[in-house]
Design a protein around this ligand. Sequence first.
Ligand code: GAL
Length: 350
Amino acid sequence: MKKFLALALAVVMVLAIAACGSKPAAPAAPAAPAAPAASAAPAASEAPAAPEKKSVGVCIYKFDDAFMTTYRNALQEILEGKGYEVTVVDGNNDQAKQNEQINTFITQGVDALIINPVMTSAAATIIDTVKSAGIPTVLINREPTAEEMAVYENLVYVGANAADSGTYQGELILDTETKGDINGDGVVSYIMIQGDPENIDAQLRTEYSVKALVDAGMKVEQLNLTRGDWDREKGQTICANDLAQFGDKIEVVFCNNDDMAIGALQSIQAAGRTVNKDIYLVGVDALDAALNEVKAGNMTGTVLNDAVGQATQAVVSMEDLLGGKTFAEGEQSIYVPYVKVTPENVDEFM
Ligand code: GAL
C-alpha cells in the first residue's frame, strides 16, 4: 500500500512538472513572473540609480570684466537651475592658463564645455583640443571664423553680430540734433576709445560706428584712437588726456563698451563739458550704470549687448549639442540681437 501511494505521488509530481513546462502561465507555476519579466527585466538593475547630473565646464576670459561678470552669473544661474553640475573658471586674461583649464576639464571628463576664449587668435587651437576630446562645445563672446569652426561639427558660437553694435553707435550719433557736428564746421570730430584691439568686437565696433556716419554722408575726423582694454579706469585716463590735448574740438566720444564710457564720463564732467550739449558719448553693453546715465542724459546712448539672452541661448545650444545635433559650416554662429538704447526706450531695459 505504501509503495502504491509513493508511486502514485511520483506520477502526480511528474505530471505536474510536465504541465508546468508546457503551460508556463498555469497556476501551478505562480512563482515565475513571466509576464512582467519581459518588460521590467532591463529596468530592474537601473531603477535604484538616481539620474546622473551632467557636468559643464565654463571658461571665462577674465572675471574682472563688467560685461562678462553679468554674463557668467547668468550662465551659472541658468545651468544650475537646470540641474547641471557647473564649474566656472577665471582665465585671468592669460591664454596659456585657459588652455590648461580646458585640458583639466577634459581630464575630469566633463560632458560639455562653454568657452569664452581669451584671444580670438587662439580659437583654432581650442577647437582642435575639444574636437580631439570629443566634447560638445559652445564658444561665446569671441567669434572665430566660419572656417575655424567648420572642422568640428559638435561646436557652435553664441554671441552677437559685432558690426551691428558699431552701426547702432553711429546711428545714435546721427539721431542727435546736430548729427554729431556740434560746432557746425561740416566735420564730426571724434575720439575712439577702443577695447582690446585683438578682440573682434573691438575691431568691428571701431570700424562700423564711423562707417555709419560716413555712409550717411557725414565728413569725419579721427582726433585720436587709443586702446582702453574694456577698462573703466583706462577709459577715464584716455578721455582726460584727449580732452586736455584736443579740448572743444572733440564732438563725439566713441567707446567700444560702457565700462570705458562710464570712465570717460567722469573725465568729461571733470573738464566741465556737458554730454548732449557740447559733446556726445556712446558705449555698448547696457550695463546698469550706463542705463542710469542714459536716463539722466549723461550718455547719448548705448547698445544692449544681451548678456542674459546670450547665456540663455548658450545653454540651449549646449543642450542641442548634448542631444547629438551637429552643425554644418556657415551655420555655427548663432546671434542674439543688439538693441539701441536711448532716453526714450531706456526704461524697458532697467
Ligand atoms: C564685449 C563687451 C565688452 C567686453 C568684451 C570681452 O562683447 O562689449 O564689454 O566684455 O566683450 O570680450
